[in-house]
Design a protein around this ligand. Structure first.
Ligand SMILES: Nc1ncnc2c1ncn2[C@@H]1O[C@H](COP(=O)(O)OP(=O)(O)OP(=O)(O)O)[C@@H](O)[C@H]1O
Ligand SMILES: [Mg+2]
Length: 480
C-alpha cells in the first residue's frame, strides 16, 4: 500500500493527501479552501469517521482538533497508531489545552499548533512534517535495501561447510551472544558479520566496523571508546567512540587478534558489564552492543604466545563461525562466478553473461590464496577487459591463466579440442613474448613510459594498455 508520501515520491505530480478532523464545519471549509491548491484535502467532523478514512484511504498526514465531542484528538491519535504507526499527526489546540497537546506529543504526535490558526504558519508546519515523514520513509527503504544486500541470502555457498555457516548465522541472529568469525583473508568474515546484524532485531540500528589492524594502536582506544574534552592535546570537544555509535546495534571488531593487550581488558569489561569509560573520563557509560569479532589468526596460539588475553579469548569464543578457505569448497566457484557477474555487470555497463568452460576449469583449479575476494577481483577485472558477451581465458589475470604447470596441459582427445588447445598455446606464447617485450623496453628506459614506447616505435596509449593488461609495475624498473 502506498502512503501519500510515497505516492508523492513515485509520481512526483501527485498531491499529498491530508485528512482534517474538526467538529466545526466552518473550520473544515477554511482548511479546504486554503490547503486545496497544494494538497488533496479530506475532511470529517469526528474521530470515528476519521478512523474509517485512515483505515480505508492512503493518508499522508492527519490534522486533528484536540477537543471534539465523542473521541478527542489524543484518543484518536492512539487508535490511529494501531493501524498506521508512522502516520504524521498534527494536533490543533487552544491556549487552555496546551497541556493535553503536550500529552499528545508523548503519544507520538508530530507537532501541535495553537488556535486561532494562521494559515501560513499551518502550511509551513505541514511542509516540515511531510518532509520529515518522507525522510523517515526513505530511511526505512534504504534499510530494507541494506537488508536485501547484506542478508544471508547473498552468501553464496552450497558446500556443506557454507551451509553450516548460513545455518549458524540464522541461529545466532536472534540472540545477543558474542560471535567470533574465523577465516583466512577474503573468505567473507565481514559479509557473515553483516548478515548476522541484518538478520537480527538490531537491523534498524547501526552496524559499526572497527578494524584493529588498520588503526594505529595509539588511536585505537579513542576511536573505540571516544574521549572527553581535554583528554589530550587536540581534544577540543567530547567525541563519541564507535562503541557508543553502535549502541543498540552491532559492533564489528575486525582483526581482533591485533588489538593491544591494554585494550583487550577494556573490551572484556564491555562484554561482561556493558560499561566503559571514555578516554580522559571518570564516569561509566552503559551501552547495549552486540559484539561480533573476526580474526584470520589462530587466537589460541596467540594466547599461548602471550599476545592475547586468555579470559577475552574464552569470552569471545562462545560461538565461533569458521569459514573455510575457498580451495576447500571448490564446487562453489562456478556459483560465485555467476553471482559476481550479476553483481558487477550493471555497474560496469557490460553485457557479459557467462564464462567459458575453459575459464571455469581454470578458476576451479586455481588455489585462491586471497579467497573469495581474489575471485571477485578477478571477475571484475575480466568484466572490464572482456570484449564480448562471455569471459574468455585471455581476460583472466596471468597467475590464473599460467597457474598450471606445463605438464598439466591437457592432451586433446579430438580434433575440435586440438584446435582449441593449439590456439590457446599460441595465445599464451604471444602474450609471454608481448609481456617480455614491454618489460624489456621499460628496463632500457628505467620505467619511463614515454621513452620506452618511443624506443619500440609504439603509440604511448597502446603501450600503456599493455602495461595494464599484464599488470606490470613501472616502479620496478625505475631504479634500473
Ligand atoms: N560466500 C560469499 N558469497 C558472496 N560473496 C562473498 C562470499 N564470501 C565473500 N564474498 C565477497 O568477497 C569480498 C570479501 O569478503 P569480506 O570482506 O567479507 O572478507 P573478509 O574475510 O572480511 O576479508 P579480510 O580478511 O580481507 O578482511 C566481499 O566483496 C564479499 O561480498
Ligand atoms: Mg574483512
Amino acid at each position: 500500500m502506498f502512503s501519500a508520501c510515497s505516492a508523492v515520491r513515485v509520481w512526483g505530480l501527485m498531491k499529498p493527501r491530508i485528512l482534517i478532523v474538526d467538529d466545526e464545519v466552518r473550520m473544515q471549509r477554511i482548511f479546504e479552501i486554503n490547503l486545496s491548491p497544494k494538497y488533496e484535502v479530506l475532511t470529517c467532523g469526528d474521530g470515528k469517521e476519521a478512523l474509517g478514512i485512515v483505515r480505508g484511504r492512503d493518508i499522508g498526514l492527519m490534522l486533528t482538533d484536540l477537543k471534539m465531542p465523542g473521541m478527542n484528538g489524543v484518543d484518536l491519535l492512539k487508535e490511529v497508531r494501531k493501524d498506521r504507526p508512522d502516520l504524521p499527526v498534527i494536533i490543533m489546540t487552544a491556549y487552555g489545552t496546551v497541556e493535553s497537546a503536550v500529552q499528545a506529543m508523548k503519544e507520538g504526535a508530530a507537532d501541535y499548533i495553537l488556535k486561532p490558526i494562521k494559515m501560513d504558519e499551518m502550511e509551513v508546519l505541514i511542509e516540515k512534517t511531510l518532509a520529515v515523514s518522507r525522510l523517515r520513509e526513505e530511511n526505512r527503504d534504504l534499510r530494507q535495501e541494506l537488508k536485501t544486500i547484506f542478508g544471508p541470502e547473498n552468501i553464496i555457498g552450497h558446500h556443506p561447510s557454507m551451509q553450516k555457516v548460513i545455518q549458524l548465522i540464522q541461529q545466532v541472529a536472534g540472540t545477543k551472544t558474542t560471535v567470533l568469525v574465523k577465516g583466512e583473508s577474503g573468505t567473507g568474515k565481514e559479509l557473515v558479520a553483516r548478515a548476522i546484524h541484518y538478520e537480527s532485531d538490531r537491523s534498524s540500528k547501526p552496524f559499526v566496523v572497527i578494524n584493529c589492524a588498520a588503526i594505529p594502536s595509539t588511536l585505537l582506544e579513542s576511536e573505540l571508546f571516544g574521549y572527553e574534552k581535554g583528554a589530550f592535546t587536540g581534544a577540543t570537544k567530547t567525541k563519541k567512540g564507535r562503541l557508543e555509535l553502535a549502541d543498540r546495534g552491532t559492533l564489528f571488531l575486525d582483526e581482533i587478534g591485533e588489538m593491544p593487550r591494554e585494550l583487550q581488558v577494556k573490551i572484556l569489561r564491555v562484554l561482561e558489564e556493558q560499561k566503559f569509560q571514555r578516554v580522559g573520563g571518570t564516569e561509566d557509560i552503559g551501552v547495549d552492543n552486540r559484539i561480533i569479532a573476526a580474526t584470520n589468526k589462530d587466537l589460541k596460539q596467540a594466547v599461548e604466545a602471550g599476545a592475547f588475553r586468555e579470559d577475552l579469548y574464552y569470552r569471545l569464543n562462545v560461538i565461533t563461525i569458521p569459514i573455510p578457505p575457498l580451495r576447500e569448497r571448490r564446487e562453489d566457484i562456478p556459483l560465485l562466478v555467476e553471482h559476481f557477474l550479476k553483481k558487477h555487470r550493471e555497474a560496469l555497463k557490460k553485457n557479459v553473461y557467462r564464462a567459458s568452460a575453459e575459464v571455469l576449469h581454470l578458476l576451479v583449479d586455481y588455489p585462491w590464496p586471497g579467497n573469495v575476494r581474489e575471485l571477485e577481483n578477478a571477475i571484475v577485472r575480466a568484466l572490464v577487459l572482456c570484449p564480448s558477451d562471455g569471459i574468455e581465458v585471455a581476460d583472466l589475470p596471468e597467475e590464473i591463466r599460467f597457474g598450471k604447470k606445463e605438464e598439466e596441459v591437457k592432451i586433446p582427445t579430438d580434433k575440435q579440442e586440438l584446435k582449441r588447445i593449439k590456439k590457446q598455446a599460441q595465445q599464451k606464447i604471444k602474450e609471454e613474448i608481448e609481456k617480455k617485450f614491454i618489460e624489456d623496453a621499460l628496463t632500457q628506459e628505467k620505467g619511463n613510459v614515454l621513452r620506452a614506447a618511443a624506443r619500440v616505435s609504439m603509440d604511448r596509449r597502446q603501450f600503456q594498455n599493455l602495461i595494464k593488461k599484464y599488470g606490470i609495475s613501472k616502479k620496478e624498473f625505475e631504479n634500473g
